[in-house]
Design a binder for this molecule. Sequence first.
Ligand SMILES: Nc1ncnc2c1ncn2[C@@H]1O[C@H](COP(=O)(O)OP(=O)(O)OP(=O)(O)O)[C@@H](O)[C@H]1O
Length: 287
Amino acid sequence: MSGYVSRYAPRPGTIEPLGEHGRTVSAAATEAVSIELRRIEQSFGQNRVLRGIDLDVPAGQFLAIVGKSGCGKSTLLRLLVGLDRPTSGSLRFADRSGDTVEANARTVFQEPRLLPWARVVDNVVVGLGQDVDENTARVKALMALDDVQLSDKADQWPARLSGGQRQRVALARALVSRPGLLVFDEPLGALDALTRITMQQLVSRVWRELGFTAVLVTHDVSEAVHLADRVIVLDGGKVALDLAIPAHHPRQHGDPDLAVFERRLLDAILGGNCCELTVGPITSIGS
Ligand SMILES: Nc1ncnc2c1ncn2[C@@H]1O[C@H](COP(=O)(O)OP(=O)(O)OP(=O)(O)O)[C@@H](O)[C@H]1O
């Protein structure tokens, strides 16, 4: 690894301002995917889980999906990454590379799902698929490990890592192919509170730097508000609330302005018959 220079060291000319909520995207940015869902229905037998979802996710947005257990968050996520097809309705993905969503989307799950018999760097190489020569694959994997500040563990075995470090390897494996869409399915749910905060900061930073479109499913409204540009609440198979979070990045835990959004989301999730509630995006804190 000698001679390997961190991409976080300032290099003139490689960072250009995006000018939105404090986000900057590096020259190594991904081809972010935009998503359009129209009248999406998903049923399992008699169980109508999604009931006419309309949703536009612009390229580069960080969208969080929250809602009660069983409201269909993971079902929607599986549709977004092409793992399932809807019962009816249409999904459209667009990026400049012209790749299919299956080729250009990666998922980070709650369990890191690492191969115990492969060293850390080789676990990251797995994220590249088959068509990359060995040297290039290793260089890319080391870059992805640098993204998650784990270059020094490249030759370590997964069993020797902490839970948070394993989840960082899983994130590096997802980032290594520079996906245009990165989907997080409760990725931090198994971590202790402090490691979780560190991981949130990391996820926020790689999203701001690499520019991919992100979709996060979480039970934690504080996490959603800390990371996302926009949070939707699912209830009764519909989008019960669609809330913009127009706060600057990076965001601080304990910020009272963010607490306003958290309260609004909790009201929508816990406040009874919220599938009938339709609230447009708000544009300023406290409105
Ligand atoms: N493959 C499947 N076959 C049958 N039913 C399914 C399938 N996948 C999901 N469901 C049902 O769809 C509903 C929504 O499940 P889903 O996992 O999307 O909810 P969720 O909001 O992600 O829940 P949680 O927060 O508990 O993870 C549940 O009633 C579940 O039993």
